[in-house]
Design a binder for this molecule. Structure first.
Ligand code: SF4
Length: 195
């Protein structure tokens, strides 16, 4: 068991954590879900991508970032020289909010322990917060995403870089260049750790 002082101490193993999430009724979102969307990827990933919450397709397929937004996320991952399966991908919330509305603060709070447990098990070297909701929840701030981008934040001693959600980029292609700048920043920070 990790020491109590470890901010990312995790009381679960992977199987136990996934089963706990699948049975969770800690917030009202469990009522509308088809299934929980736990997370996918490499359990030893150095890069962790964290989005907001499952959408319709994710809720049906049980996997985060599928469909067109998922394909664009895969391109973003490729832009930093990785494959999707090299990274670990999860959301702040494991159940789909109705009509894809923003998560309520109490829903994000109820789900936070699961994401922290995933972070504790993966122990990534860098986190990419994908989209405004993920960034604001992880950093506990209401600062707009435009002001959170372009700098390196700290999440429990792990560097965190903010970028736009691919679903937003699909609607605002002019912002793609900025997202690519975010990824280059993240790659630079990651490389600096390995000097
Ligand atoms: S969103 Fe998270 S806290 Fe709420 S029911 Fe789903 S797994 Fe539990």
């Amino acid at each position: 068991m990790p020491p109590d002082s470890d901010p990312l101490a995790c009381p679960w193993g992977w199987d136990e954590l996934e089963a706990t999430v699948a049975a969770c009724t800690a917030c009202p979102l469990h009522r509308g879900r088809t299934q929980t969307v736990f997370g996918v990827g490499n359990w030893r990933a150095e890069w962790m991508f964290i989005g907001e919450a499952p959408g319709e397709q994710e809720d049906l397929q049980g996997e985060p970032f599928v469909g067109r937004a998922g394909q664009l996320l895969n391109e973003m991952i490729r832009a930093i020289g990785l494959k999707r399966e090299d990274a670990y991908i999860a959301n702040v919330l494991k159940c789909r909010p109705p009509k894809n509305r923003d998560p309520a603060p109490e829903e994000a709070a109820a789900c936070e322990a699961y994401l922290k447990a995933q972070l504790a098990l993966v122990r990534p070297r860098i986190i990419i917060a994908v989209g405004r909701i993920a960034a604001q929840n992880l950093l506990k701030t209401a600062t707009p995403i435009g002001k959170l981008r372009g700098q390196v934040h700290d999440y429990e001693h792990i560097p965190l870089v903010v970028t736009y959600h691919p679903a937003y980029l699909l609607r605002s292609l002019t912002e793609k260049r900025r997202a690519w700048e975010d990824l280059k920043l993240a790659r630079r920070i990651f490389n600096q750790q390995h000097r």
